[in-house]
Design a protein around this ligand. Sequence first.
Ligand SMILES: NC(=O)c1ccc[n+]([C@@H]2O[C@H](COP(=O)([O-])OP(=O)(O)OC[C@H]3O[C@@H](n4cnc5c(N)ncnc54)[C@H](OP(=O)(O)O)[C@@H]3O)[C@@H](O)[C@H]2O)c1
Length: 242
Amino acid sequence: MAENLENKTVLLTGAGGGIGRAIAAKLANQKMKLILLGGNNIEKLQGTAEIVYKNSSCLVLPGDLTDPEFLTESMETIRRECGCIDVLINNAGVAQNTRFEDITLEEFDRIMAINVRVPFMLTQKVLPFLKESSSATIINIASVVSHSGYPMQSIYSASKHALLGMTKSIAREYYKENIRVHAICPGGVYTDMVKISRPDLTPDGMILPEDVADLVYFFLANRTNAVIDEILVHRVSKEPFS
Ligand SMILES: NC(=O)c1ccc[n+]([C@@H]2O[C@H](COP(=O)([O-])OP(=O)(O)OC[C@H]3O[C@@H](n4cnc5c(N)ncnc54)[C@H](OP(=O)(O)O)[C@@H]3O)[C@@H](O)[C@H]2O)c1
């Protein structure tokens, strides 16, 4: 039987983006309460909040996720306003489209910070809440480049390999504390990001943000005893692995 998700609290990052907005809409439809954490584009974040408000409630906390002070202050606000977190979804991320030899140290640090350091920091901060929840789940939005490498995406690929590795270890470390940890590894999803990182791809056959949101829901609604590391999702393509 599907889990009853009503009134469970979800902390979601990157909610102003394509995949984040679809996840927020899907989970609000299930009457889950949303915390939309982080984002520099307030308009986009507000757009997502308006979609959530149609079916549920949300707390909107805009800001730079790479700023540890912002995270600490946000966790205090969440403790005060919500008191609990049942699900953490590390979705915020940045891609790249740069030749390896042209990547600066600053760019390397920025990509690794958002794609790896932020999920690390947030997961540590959210664990005490999850330990109090009967439906504790962490879902990390990784990528097919957690397994493969594309030209011009070396550091993005390195960061997503790291995120998948962290996911698998945490899944085993916290299984006995009833916390489920999964990654979703999509190929090209039709969002603003893919238009920049893979300008060679056409929308034809691309995964939709709503497809990723459905998989997030699948994990939450079907809480199993098994350790499920990841769901690997390919777009329809003539190429073998893209
Ligand atoms: N699109 C794809 O083909 C694809 C495929 C596989 C995996 N993914 C992964 O899916 C996730 C979502 O991607 P998307 O396609 O939905 O991209 P997107 O539309 O560009 O959304 C990315 C989100 O991350 C947020 N973000 C980035 N840096 C941030 C920071 N320093 N502080 C706070 N928020 C920050 C952005 O917020 P602001 O813009 O407001 O700063 C935005 O809401 C990413 O982790 C991405 O790597 C995407």
